[in-house]
Design a protein around this ligand. Structure first.
Ligand code: HEC
Length: 206
């Protein structure tokens, strides 16, 4: 009999901790202020360059070939263009797009990225106003990582919206090239993923 209050207290404690507001958790792999500032300073311009380069080329491809031509462009060139923009901007930085629901498995997150994406996802569900547009975190081997949040705009839905709403050529190309595609079903303004910039550790630093 005497154990009930103890048990109840334990259950209540688990509930309180387990259901605490996720925003109180803070982002994972947090950096100290100096590293966070360096990651921000080096990462933001690289993310800008990639965002502008990719969207610019995507719009051109859409104008030239419609969504079907553009999906071909994305499938063939997005990764290559990502590497090219990275090298033009600063070859010491490594730039990538990643998301929990990827189309191209080559864009799948590593464990460090996954923790950040899950944090953003939880925050988006519990307190969307608190989702930052950019953040920094530690990466493997002493590297710093900068993350820029990507949201879907109206034009993205032609290739990332609900499957039945996609132009039929897009459905077909996506089905053929990405049998494991997870990147559909988005609505305008949804959290789509991130641009991630990796800044390597300074040699000789602790
Ligand atoms: C014409 C079709 C098309 C349009 C429009 C389009 N995408 Fe994609 N998207 C793709 C294809 C195909 C891939 C997979 C190839 C790649 O980029 O590696 C992809 C990949 C991505 C990825 C990389 C992660 C993954 O899922 O593989 C992100 C992030 C992304 N798209 C975001 C967007 C956003 C944001 C927009 C709107 C600005 C957009 N896309 C518009 C076809 C499209």
């Amino acid at each position: 009999m005497g154990s009930w209050p103890v048990l109840t207290a334990a259950v209540v404690a688990v509930l309180v901790v387990g259901c605490g507001p996720p925003e109180a958790e803070g982002p994972p792999n947090a950096l100290d202020a100096q590293d966070a500032a360096r990651a921000m300073e080096m990462g933001a311009p690289a993310a800008d360059a990639l965002a502008q380069g990719l969207v610019g080329r995507l719009q051109e491809a859409m104008e030239e070939g419609g969504p079907a031509g553009a999906v071909d462009f994305c499938a063939q060139e997005a990764l290559e263009l990502t590497h090219q923009i990275q090298d033009d901007h600063d070859p010491s930085l490594e730039v990538k797009r990643t998301t929990l629901r990827w189309r191209n498995p080559a864009n799948a997150p590593d464990a460090w990225e996954e923790r950040v994406l899950q944090y953003l996802d939880r925050l988006e569900r519990s307190n969307p106003d608190a989702v930052p547009t950019e953040l920094t975190a530690a990466g493997p081997d002493g590297s710093l990582r900068y993350y820029r949040v990507l949201r879907t705009a109206g034009m993205c839905l032609q290739c990332h919206g609900d499957i039945p709403s996609l132009p039929s050529e897009v459905q077909q190309i996506v089905r053929e090239r990405y049998p494991d595609d997870r990147a559909t079903g988005y609505r305008e303004g949804d959290l789509r993923g991130v641009i991630r910039v990796e800044i390597p550790a300074v040699p000789g630093s602790p």
